[in-house]
Structures are given as structure tokens and as C-alpha cells.
Design a protein around this ligand. Sequence first.
Ligand SMILES: [Zn+2]
Length: 91
Amino acid sequence: MSEQRLPRHRHAPQRTCAICGQKRDKRELTRVVRTAEGLQVDPTGKAEGRGTYLCQQDACWEHALKSQALGKALRMTLNDEDYERLQQARP
Ligand SMILES: [Zn+2]
């Protein structure tokens, strides 16, 4: 458990996981965004649209894939294709 704390990381943007609510460095989270084609995973973190974040914990992905939690966060209803894209992006 050696956690490096480099000064230049102090101001790294923090985002909150939509499932567990933990704040983390934005780069440690996966952004998902609501688009006209449904939910898309946004590896760049810069896609247009309403987005929310998922941390890398297995339990959070498990929950996200088995509930409408992300759909609620994004104000949309997730369909099978949305879940499939999510499944493929799972860390
Ligand atoms: Zn989480």
C-alpha cells in the first residue's frame, strides 16, 4: 500500500462514481455519456452530452450492469445495447 502523492496531482479534477458515490481522480473513472444513439462509453472524457462516472470497482460495474442506476443518473432508460457497450468497457 504505497501511495505516491506527487504535488502536481493535487489539483487533478475529481469526479464522483454514480454507484458508490466515492470521489476519485477523474482519470481513474470511466465516463459514460448519453447520446442520441443511447449510452456510450467515453474514453476521452470529452464527449458532448450528459455524462456520469463509474469507478473501477468490480462491484460498481456489477451493479451498473444489473440496474438502471446509470439510466437514472443520465435520465434515460438503458436497453440491451447500452448494457452490452457497458459490458465491453468493463475494466
Ligand atoms: Zn464506484
